[in-house]
Structures are given as structure tokens and as C-alpha cells.
Design a protein around this ligand. Structure first.
Ligand SMILES: Cc1cc2nc3c(=O)[nH]c(=O)nc-3n(C[C@H](O)[C@H](O)[C@H](O)COP(=O)(O)OP(=O)(O)OC[C@H]3O[C@@H](n4cnc5c(N)ncnc54)[C@H](O)[C@@H]3O)c2cc1C
Length: 289
């Protein structure tokens, strides 16, 4: 049973930020409600004020510019990202990730800002966006700040966002030349949250050497994890199948998974090893075309 709350419906971002400041520590933001309403219904989350930002159309946009890259407004739905032609063209991995995120009904209503703010380490968008070098733009009545998504997650369901702040935009730099990116989650039910997920991004130089690599693990710890040892296995090397195997092994060591009803710690490490090998290989095949 959801406890009573006062419903706030700002008409503009400015009004939303003022309301957040006025009711700081007593106000929860709701956007699509796909994640928030579950703990509210379970009685695990009680709030005095619920501020609904779903109607803030000024935050619902997908913009692309060859110099600046991609900008996603926080209230943009998963479905809009999945169906965007500009995203399919320049960041196909993002559209493919969205295709496997939940059901169409959830994607139609759930938003990218809500997904990242929820800070569930099993969420699909964060690992992919982290490999692409994304940043989040946060705003409060005091002003705005931009932080790399790499630095956004601090603990289980915790982020660097202050209580008077909200996510207003996600920024992704233009794709590098000769870049490939891939993402796969292992799930028991199709389009459910992943038991683990692995995103990989690689770039190639003119000689066929790996110039850069980023590997991010989902649901392999309390936050999405950059598998930095796995990245180092690949960066600056002439790529071979053996290196993908070694990167997988390093990623299993970079992970910090726990066992739960879905999978043991060992099985999660095994999945990370296999998925890292496959995702790095897929990313490399695209990058070196
Ligand atoms: C059946 C089901 C299956 C799902 N499967 C998947 C899946 O496979 N992969 C996956 O990644 N996710 C999955 N999800 C989660 C869901 O898609 C996302 O968490 C959802 O998109 C969150 O967005 P929302 O707009 O509904 O956020 P809400 O539920 O409204 O909010 C989530 C949290 O973010 C905060 N918040 C929302 N917007 C902002 C903002 N702009 N600034 C600051 N804080 C904000 C809220 O206060 C709350 O704490 C699933 C959900 C359901 C119900």
C-alpha cells in the first residue's frame, strides 16, 4: 500500500528545481515510475512530496551534432532512443541495448534519466554509455554541473547526485574514427534485467593495433564496474583471439560479484569471462573493418 504524499507537478525545469530546493530531503522525483513505484508499493520508500517530471517536454529530446555528439534529455523514453534513426546510425550499440531492455510497455514509459538516477547496477544503459564516454548534466537551483558517468555511481542504488539536484541531460561524445562497440547481458527471462552484462568499446589505429578499449561490467558489483585490467590487456596491442581470452580472464578478476538467487558468485565470474571475450571481439571486428 502506497503511503500518502503530496503530488507536485512542475511546468518547467526552473519550477522543478525550486520545488526540489524548497522540499529538499522530503521530496522524491518520479518520471516514468517504472522503478520508483515498486519500493513505494512495498512500503520500503516513503516520501512526503512526489514531484512528477514526466510532463517536462523541454527535457525530452535527442540531438546529434558531428562536433558535439549526442545529447539526450533526461525524460527521453527508452523507446524513443531505440527507434531514433540518428542513434541507429552513429551509436547502433545504444539502440540495440534498448531493444532488449524490458518490454515495449516499459520502454514506452521508462526514461533514460530515471534509469541512470535509479543507480541499479544491473541497469543496461549505464555500461554502454560508460564505454561511449558519456557524461551526465545535473542541475539544481544553484546551477549546473557535468560529471563523467564513470564517476556518477558511488554505491548500491547510490550516486553522486545531491538531494537538490536532478539529471537534465546525458551527453555522449562523437564516435571516434574506427570504433566498434558491443553489449550483451545474460538473462534468464528474455528482456529482463541481466544476471550480468558486459559492454565493450574498442578503437583501431591505421596499423590494426588497438588504440583504445573500454570495458564495463553490469551487475558484477554494487555499481557498474570499469574492467581496467581487461582494458590494459588490449590497449596498444596487435589483437589476436588469445588476447580476447586474456581480457575475459582479467575482467573476471576486475568484477566484484555476489551470489544471489539468480547466480552464484562463481557463475557470474564465468559469465563475465565469456561475455567479455565475445563483446571485445565483436567490438574489434567492427572497429577494424
Ligand atoms: C518489468 C520491468 C522490467 C525492467 N527491465 C529492465 C531491464 O531489462 N533493464 C534495465 O536497465 N531496466 C529495466 N527496468 C527498469 C526501468 O526500465 C528503468 O529503471 C526505468 O526506465 C526508470 O525510468 P523511470 O522514468 O520509470 O524512473 P522512475 O521509476 O520514475 O525513477 C527511478 C529513480 O530515478 C529518480 N529519477 C527519475 N528521473 C530523474 C531525474 N531526471 N533526475 C534525478 N532523479 C530522477 C527517481 O527519484 C527514482 O529514484 C525494468 C522495469 C520494469 C518495471
Amino acid at each position: 500500500m502506497i503511503q500518502d504524499f503530496t503530488y507536485l507537478k512542475p511546468g518547467t525545469v526552473k519550477e522543478a528545481l525550486t520545488l526540489l530546493t524548497d522540499h529538499v530531503d522530503e521530496c522524491k522525483i518520479v518520471c516514468g515510475g517504472q522503478s520508483l513505484l515498486i519500493p513505494m508499493r512495498q512500503g520500503l520508500l516513503v516520501t512526503e512530496y512526489l514531484m512528477d517530471i514526466k510532463g517536462l517536454d523541454e527535457l525530452s529530446y535527442i540531438k546529434y551534432d558531428a562536433k558535439e555528439g549526442l545529447k539526450l534529455g533526461a525524460t527521453t523514453t527508452h523507446r524513443a532512443i531505440e527507434q531514433s534513426d540518428v542513434i541507429k546510425k552513429h551509436y547502433p550499440v545504444l539502440a540495440l541495448m534498448e531493444e532488449r531492455l524490458a518490454s515495449i510497455q516499459t520502454r514506452n514509459w521508462g526514461t533514460i534519466g530515471g534509469n541512470l538516477a535509479h543507480a541499479d547496477s544491473a541497469g543496461d544503459p549505464a555500461p554502454v554509455l560508460m564505454t561511449l564516454g558519456a557524461k551526465v548534466k545535473l542541475a539544481s537551483a544553484k546551477g549546473e554541473r557535468i560529471i563523467p558517468l564513470d564517476e556518477f555511481y558511488t554505491d548500491l542504488f547510490e550516486s553522486a547526485m545531491e538531494h537538490d539536484e536532478m539529471i537534465i541531460e546525458i551527453q555522449v561524445p562523437p564516435p571516434a574514427a574506427k570504433m566498434g562497440a558491443a553489449y550483451q547481458k545474460f538473462n534468464l527471462l528474455q528482456n529482463d534485467m541481466g544476471v550480468v552484462g558486459v559492454a565493450a568499446m574498442m578503437t583501431a589505429d591505421a596499423n590494426g593495433t588497438c588504440k583504445d578499449a573500454r570495458i564495463v561490467l553490469g551487475n558484477a558489483g554494487v555499481t557498474p564496474i570499469r574492467a581496467k585490467n581487461a582494458e590494459q590487456v588490449l590497449i596498444g596491442k596487435k589483437i589476436s583471439d588469445q588476447l580476447f581470452v586474456e581480457a575475459g580472464e582479467a575482467a573476471a578478476g576486475d568484477a566484484d560479484p555476489v551470489g544471489d538467487i539468480h547466480a552464484s558468485e562463481d557463475f557470474r565470474r564465468h559469465l563475465i569471462k565469456v561475455l567479455t571475450k565475445r563483446m571485445a571481439k565483436q567490438a574489434w571486428e567492427q572497429a577494424s573493418k
